[in-house]
Design a protein around this ligand. Structure first.
Ligand code: PLP
Length: 438
């Protein structure tokens, strides 16, 4: 007792535990989405009561510095007063029209202005919906059926993508999901990330049959994996040469890697793009868009059917518009970059000081580290990371009031609300926790 260098009272999470055990009788695994259940870090999840800025408070009153940000949307900080204020005004006019509203034009213009590949856009309600729709569109436009995706990339839970689909699926140890017909995934071809030769081989083996290639231009669902120099350029060339379409799934990276997404950051323009997370500002929104000529295929302009009862609803559009307005102010991405790179450098230094194998990286407001020697170029190599040790680290960090993604294979997110002091506190916690698990 007396000799303890830092006295940290044990975290009381009794109310969380009560709620979670009740939840397990009500909902499968006690959750509405799998990775929230903390299975891969061997512990019970924390039940949140409210969020604000860089912080989340649980139902027992504990405060955490949050590095998930609702899995991406909270890039301006949770519950930003501008977004909440605009939502209150919008609420007064009703929650859903099921008819066109001017706010859709406004958000569409903002997305088209920001994202180089997007000339026209369709709003949907989630990233999953955006990705399943974009695949239908790639097939409709090319008249071909096959798709190339990369091992460890996640594109939502539609059948065709549940092949080597990264974090959520991987951490549960389900290589694929039961219930997905073989016939559905038969036309889904996979290649290791950062491996252009593998992609060339697939094109050579399936001449004239591949509709397109979809990828996370910076991977966040297999841990943080940046594209190697030449990889995105190479994909652009190979798809163009083969009459196939290139889709960047920017559900995570859109408006996060830069205002125009990873495509603006790396200067590579795909044919199609999917968006989600940030563009909904915390409400359920997804979008897909691209060249006008391709988007002209989408109903009712064209024959490819896709629809949505709540798509483009005024609340969701409002949260998106005001989030993007905050992001497009000057200095935003410089600030996010500075915060995140300081955090990541501190994490790596703390790990090394504790004698742990560690590697990692960050771009703008997205970061990640693996507890193994680097570099990690793809999901296969990521799987060498010490997940048991990560689980211990995760629990120890929670005890210190730092909320990290509950999986070794998820990127972390910072926000405009994270202050230097938050980073200092976080790094102190990392130093102590790394030492404790080394
Ligand atoms: C989160 C995510 C999705 C799925 O979005 P949901 O809104 O969860 O359906 C798709 N692609 C990527 C890259 C994602 O990170």
């Amino acid at each position: 007792m007396t000799s303890a260098p830092v006295s940290v009272p044990a975290l009381n999470t009794s109310r969380s535990q009560e709620l979670f055990s009740a939840a397990q009788t009500l909902m499968p695994g006690g959750v509405s989405s799998p990775v929230r259940a903390f299975r891969s870090v061997d512990g019970d999840p924390i039940v949140f009561d409210r969020v604000k800025g860089a912080y989340a408070w649980d139902v027992d009153g504990n405060r955490y510095i949050d590095y998930i940000g609702s899995w991406g949307p909270a890039i301006c900080g949770h519950a930003h007063p501008k977004v909440i204020g605009a939502l209150r005004n919008a609420l007064g006019k009703g929650t859903s029209f099921g008819a066109p509203c001017a706010l859709e034009n406004q958000l569409a213009e903002m997305v088209i202005d920001a994202v180089p590949s997007v000339e026209m856009v369709r709003f949907v309600n989630s990233g999953t919906e955006a990705c399943m729709s974009v695949l239908r569109l790639m097939r409709a436009f090319t008249g071909r059926e096959k798709l190339i995706k990369f091992e460890g990339c996640y594109h939502g839970h539609a059948d065709m993508f549940l092949v080597k689909a990264g974090s959520g699926v991987a951490t549960l140890g389900l290589p694929d999901s039961p219930g997905v017909p073989r016939s559905t995934t038969a036309s889904t071809l996979t290649a290791p990330y950062n491996d252009l030769e593998a992609v060339k081989r697939l094109f050579a083996e399936n001449p004239g049959e591949i509709a397109g290639v979809i990828l996370e231009p910076v991977v966040g669902n297999a841990g943080f994996l940046p594209p190697e120099p030449g990889f995105l350029e190479g994909l652009r060339e190979i798809t163009a040469e083969n009459g196939a379409l290139l889709t960047f799934d920017e559900v995570m990276t859109g408006f996060r890697i830069s205002y125009g997404g990873a495509q603006a950051k790396f200067g590579i323009t795909p044919d199609l793009t999917t968006l989600g997370k940030v563009i909904g500002g915390g409400l359920p929104v997804g979008a897909y868009g691209g060249r006008a000529e391709i988007m002209a295929m989408v109903a009712p302009a064209g024959p490819m059917y896709q629809a949505g009862t709540l798509s483009g609803n005024p609340l969701a559009m409002t949260a998106g518009i005001h989030t993007l307005e905050l992001l497009r102010q000057s200095g935003t991405y410089e600030k996010l970059e500075a915060t995140t790179s300081r955090l990541l450098a501190g994490i790596l230094a703390a790990g090394r000081d504790a004698g742990l194998p560690i590697c990692g990286g960050s771009i703008s407001a997205m970061f990640g580290f693996f507890l193994c020697d680097g570099p990690v170029r793809n999901f296969e190599q990521a799987k060498a990371a010490d997940t048991k040790r990560f689980g211990k680290l995760h629990r120890a960090m929670l005890e210190r009031g730092v909320y990290l993604a509950p999986s070794a294979f998820e990127a972390g997110f910072t926000s405009l609300a994270h202050t230097d002091e938050d980073i200092d506190i976080t790094l102190e916690a990392f130093r102590d926790c790394f030492a404790a698990i080394a």
